[in-house]
Design a protein around this ligand. Structure first.
Ligand code: GUN
Length: 284
């Protein structure tokens, strides 16, 4: 029987602490501001953007939404990013991904000022994470670390296996675990004998994007299992990358979907935006 790590609760604590700090900043005349840019009408992106705006209001940030039509050109989007880079009331810029196919995502990310890059996607921030000298943490991996810390789970010397090598989750996740002295293995779609590797994991992070991909036979008795997935099962029901029913009896800790890693991403975005406001005010 695993202990369920409650992402909703941990996320609430993070947001409450951001709110308390924001109140102190406001007393000094500083209001953290986040600009959220969405291009087109992807329904999932719309939900994420609404949740981000709501979270900003809750912690006391100013937020601005820029909803652009699907046919927006690269030049128009870059012009908006440039305007937001120069706007003093804006501390953080988030361009919701994915962008419509005709737009160059990488060029847009690189156009965001690294000091306002609250997603930590810019090459300069990614490089800083690599050398362990970072201010902004990528939101989802940082949320996973917060969940692990919330249970005082030791990482140092543990076998940590990450399934997935995306720039947004898998790669930075591996780095954060490494910074805390985990022995880290990154696995992916070409990995041979995946189950053999995952069965060696003391801490297993699944970020593959395939519903119920990790099954009980792939998990060691007593492992900590973190599920980053947001998938739909065969009945269209929300589920993770981990087959909860077969994995939970073997794990010592497990995150549910929903209510595990998901709520953490926005909480960490709030933390990054607060950090950006402090950096811009010369406090951090
Ligand atoms: N799309 C899905 N997740 C994210 C995220 O964390 N940041 C941005 N900008 N877009 C996303």
């Amino acid at each position: 029987m695993a202990k369920i790590i409650n992402g909703k609760e941990v996320s609430k604590k993070v947001r409450e602490s951001v709110k308390a700090e924001t109140e102190k900043l406001k007393a000094q005349g500083i209001v953290p501001g986040l600009a959220v840019v969405i291009v087109g009408d992807d329904p999932a992106s719309r939900v994420y953007v609404n949740n981000k705006k709501k979270a900003c209001a809750e912690v006391g940030f100013m937020s601005e939404e820029y909803a652009l039509p699907a046919e927006t050109t690269q030049e128009e989007l870059l012009a908006l990013v440039d305007k937001l880079n120069k706007k003093p009331e804006i501390n953080g810029i988030l361009v919701q991904l994915p962008l419509p196919k005709h737009l160059d995502e990488k060029a847009v990310i690189e156009a965001i000022s690294p000091e306002k890059d609250v997603d930590a996607f810019h090459a300069s921030n990614v490089g800083k994470i690599m050398i362990g000298d970072y201010k902004f943490l990528p939101c989802t991996p940082a949320g996973v670390m917060e969940l692990i810390h919330s249970e005082n789970i030791e990482i140092s010397g543990k076998n940590c296996v990450v399934i997935g090598r995306s720039n947004i989750v898998g790669k930075p996740m591996a780095m954060l675990l490494l910074h805390e002295n985990g022995t880290v293995t990154i696995t992916h779609s070409r990995t041979k004998n995946l189950a053999e590797i995952t069965r060696d994991a003391d801490i297993l992070v699944a970020a593959v994007g395939k519903p119920k991909f990790v099954t009980g036979d792939m998990v060691k008795e007593g492992a900590v299992v973190i599920d980053v997935g947001m998938d739909r099962d065969e009945n269209g029901k929300l589920c993770g990358d981990v087959d909860f029913d077969s994995v939970e009896p073997k794990a010592s800790y497990i995150t549910p979907v929903p209510g595990g890693v998901g709520p953490m991403t926005i909480a960490m975005l709030m933390k990054n935006t607060l950090m950006a406001a402090k950096i811009h005010a010369g406090i951090e």
